[in-house]
Design a protein around this ligand. Structure first.
Ligand code: ZN
Ligand code: ZN
Length: 356
């Protein structure tokens, strides 16, 4: 069954006459269209992409390339007139509650009248969780590019450069290696900054003895990779070594726990109990991982609150970390595919933290 056909069937299954899709990643998944302005309407077994004159040619090319059964509706102005025409007579119209602003939902609701709008969640996202071979190929490529870019960076990396210098260089290397872009905003956190899990790279100069966390990825045709490595210039202190080893082993325990039919919570628990035994659990302040795909963070959640059961074709990260304020942090992260035999790592850069 095609992606559009599956989504159309799910719209009916949920008792909706029509479904309005506004999340760019869901639009890209169904149609191949990657422009920043568009809406898909699913109605009467058909999919219509509403977009304006800036994007219609690109939409035609991308829909053809994806071999998607999606009709293009060229809109003028804000497209409201065309949208209302496609929704005419529908009495239950689903909208993506997670991706629609209050003002957009309110004004569409007023135009449609009554209780027509139905807040809907996860309809397309659920299909995106399990990757097909084409998607896995793109993600494997993104991960290989990231591995190559990091290997090159490490031949150049020396104390005296700033976090921003490193981030910019890594972004350039990812592009040079053939990616369409970075997977997300590259994180380079050094010294005390490494204790901030989602640090924004600064002009701080990296010095001998600093812990340096580098968290980055590549993007290929919309699909992303996600990897973190931690480094130290020179011989690590005893405390740094202890953190590096403990998180390394916790991450390995998490990856080893990955398998078909395993609760996502179990992966989190495997990492957490390892860090707990090392007396570091209180410094592990985020969930263990997340799904990756067209979005850098998508379902399933790999955390203590995650309710998913892993299945073949899920792509998740395993990324425990410990963060000691003022001292620094350590995180190891890989993107892995869930397979019948366990975890198949896509990101494969060595975990060798010491740079002499
Ligand atoms: Zn990451
Ligand atoms: Zn991540």
């Amino acid at each position: 069954m095609s992606r559009v056909a599956r989504a159309v069937a799910e719209v009916k299954h949920r008792g909706l006459d029509a479904f309005v899709i506004s999340a760019p990643s869901n639009i890209r998944y169904l149609s191949g269209f990657s422009g920043s302005s568009g809406t898909i309407v699913l109605r009467n077994d058909a999919a219509m992409l509403l977009t304006d004159g800036r994007y219609t040619e690109r939409a035609r090319d991308e829909i053809d390339a994806a071999d998607a059964d999606v009709e293009i509706v060229r809109v003028s102005g804000n497209g409201r007139a065309e949208l209302l025409r496609l929704l005419d007579g529908a009495s239950r119209v689903g909208i993506e509650a997670d991706h629609t602003s209050w003002s957009a939902a309110s004004s569409l609701g007023e135009d449609l009248g009554g209780d027509t709008l139905v807040a809907t969640t996860g309809l397309v996202e659920a299909f995106r969780e399990i990757k097909d071979d084409v998607e896995l190929g793109l993600m494997r490529r993104a991960a290989e590019i990231a591995d190559r870019a990091l290997a090159q960076l490490l031949t150049e990396f020396a104390p005296g450069v700033s976090e921003r210098d490193v981030a910019r260089r890594l972004d350039a290397l990812v592009l040079d290696a053939g990616a369409d872009g970075s997977g997300f905003d590259t994180i380079v956190g050094s010294g005390p900054n490494s204790s901030r899990p989602h640090h924004q790279s600064t002009n701080r100069t990296i010095e001998m003895g600093d812990l340096v966390i580098i968290d980055f990825g590549a993007e290929c045709s919309g699909y992303r990779s996600d990897m973190t490595r931690t480094f130290v210039f020179g011989e690590p202190s005893a405390r740094q070594r202890e953190l590096l080893d403990a998180v390394h082993d916790a991450q390995a325990a998490g990856v080893a726990a990955v398998g078909v039919g395993v609760a996502a919570q179990t992966i989190d628990a495997a990492c957490r109990s390892h860090l707990s035994a090392a007396g570091l659990a209180e410094w592990f302040t985020h969930g263990t991982g997340h799904g990756v795909g067209l979005d850098i963070h998508e379902a399933p959640s790999v955390s203590a609150k995650g309710t998913a059961t892993l299945a073949a074709g899920h792509v998740i990260t395993v990324e425990p970390g410990v963060y000691l304020p003022e001292f620094g942090g350590v995180r190891w992260e890989d993107t892995v595919v869930v397979t019948s035999t366990g975890a198949d790592p896509l990101t494969r850069s060595p975990k060798q933290p010491v740079i002499i």
